[in-house]
Ligand binder design. Structure first.
Ligand code: AMP
Ligand code: MG
Length: 423
């Protein structure tokens, strides 16, 4: 075979490369939410996606209630200046007293969350009162409505509290519970299968023979996919043999919404998957994203299944999963995939580089500069196969492809791992 006879995929370096964002949109083309729904209780709702808007069963708060510990008063009892009022009742949070309080000037000892006695229209904080044997002195006339949470002030009865197609988190669970909604309709879970290709791969508990490595991508991908809206199946390791790969993909495409593989998509090998997918009436093509690490990622479809062929190198597999597989999963869950959120950070390192693809490099947040901006350092040598470079990293900094050098002080986008404030 001469160079000219090589299949096109061997020349992928010469293919049209597109931006990471454009590749992300391309990966999402034709990807639709799964259909089918089920009912889940609030304990199982987090991480699921509701299929229809959810209305409050009742107003929040359900009745006028005190926002403070103090004394309920009637502003009509006041003229200018302070007033001493007899404390005629005690109303803790819970059932209303159910006693009627006469017309004469009076105060009711009241606590946060307690129902406001009928006819009373303000609460004075206990810190602003003086109590002495059965009466309370209030220094001045409060505003009507002071320290009272009016029924429906948070949510009117019947109001929409969670719009359709929301990824339910702890906030939604809280408001649903508060509004007396014990269960919700959610989209069925997305069925995702993960497989590895590679004759060199062994399980983490297997002894390595010469030339072998432990399969890390599958464990990583399975842990990335462990989420409430995903029904996850491990399809194991598939040998580097076109027929086996074809069989695995065909079978998986029948049972799953998304099939994610790693390895076997670099030069030449890709065609095993592609031939199999084409033969089965599907399609798959390299994304040609201008991204480093992670160039040879392929996306396709077989029947109703989305196919994602990730590169074998572990750091590439991680970065391409986050950029291109993640939005497919999110869309299939019934959500609108959002672009990964970056914060602006300042390089505390300098390096020469060859312009080309946008590069995502592990960085450590080393502190802040005088303006309060995050300073990022490179501590480890990056590399698509260097898993250790990720371990002490706080995230990935994005070096724009066109740069021929990063200078100390350059601003870079920083994609941090595991936001500590997540719900
Ligand atoms: P490939 O994409 O199959 O050419 O693999 C590229 C590199 O990634 C090779 O060094 C493989 O041994 C390695 N690799 C492939 N699959 C895995 C995996 N599942 N876990 C760890 N390394 C892998
Ligand atoms: Mg391989």
């Amino acid at each position: 075979m001469t160079l000219l006879d090589l299949p096109k995929s061997c020349c992928s370096d010469r293919a049209e490369f597109i931006s990471v964002e454009a590749a992300r949109s391309r990966a999402l083309q034709g990807v639709n939410p799964v259909t089918g729904e089920e009912v889940v209780g609030l304990r199982a709702a987090r991480g699921r996606v509701n299929t229809s808007g959810i209305a409050a069963g009742h107003a929040l708060p359900p009745f006028d209630q005190s926002a403070m510990d103090g004394y309920a008063v009637r502003t009509g009892d006041f003229s200018d200046g302070s007033i001493a009022l007899p404390v005629v009742a005690r109303q803790p949070a819970g059932p209303a007293l159910g006693v009627s309080i006469g017309e004469q000037p009076a105060a009711v000892r009241i606590f946060t969350g307690a129902p406001i006695p009928p006819g009373f229209d303000a609460v004075v904080m206990q810190e602003h009162c003086e109590q002495h044997c059965g009466s309370v002195t209030v220094p001045r006339r409060p505003e009507a409505g002071q320290h009272i949470r009016v029924s429906g002030d948070d949510v009117p009865a019947g109001a929409l509290i969670v719009p359709a197609n929301t990824l339910i988190d702890a906030r939604h669970v809280a408001i649903l519970a508060a509004a007396g909604v014990p269960s919700i309709n959610v989209r069925r879970r997305v069925r995702v299968a993960v497989l590895s290709t590679g004759d060199e791969l062994r399980e983490p508990d297997q002894q390595l023979r010469p030339g072998e490595i432990h399969d890390s991508n599958r464990a990583m991908l399975l842990s990335l996919l462990e989420r409430p809206a995903v029904e996850l199946v491990d399809l194991g390791r598939i040998p580097d043999d076109p027929a086996s790969i074809a069989k695995a993909f065909e079978a998986a495409a029948r049972d799953f919404d998304i099939v994610i593989s790693s390895g076997g998509v670099s030069v030449g090998e890709e065609d095993h998957i592609r031939t199999a997918v084409f033969a089965a009436g599907g399609e798959i093509a390299p994304l040609n994203a201008s991204i480093k690490p992670g160039k040879p990622i392929s996306i396709g479809r077989l029947g109703t299944a989305s196919l994602v062929g990730l590169p074998g190198n572990p750091v590439s597999a991680l970065v391409t999963f986050l950029w291109f597989a993640q939005p497919i999963i999110v869309r299939r869950m019934g959500l609108r995939p959002e672009a990964p959120r970056a914060t602006r950070a300042v390089a505390a390192f300098a390096e020469q580089r060859r312009p080309g693809r946008d590069e995502f490099v592990p960085v450590v947040v080393a502190g802040r500069d005088r303006e309060g901006r995050l300073l990022v350092e490179r501590r480890q040598r990056a590399g698509s196969a260097r898993l250790s470079s990720l371990i002490d990293a706080d995230g990935l900094a994005r070096i724009p492809g066109e740069l021929s050098a990063v200078r100390s002080g350059d601003t870079l986008d920083l994609y941090t791992f595991d936001p500590a404030f997540s719900l």
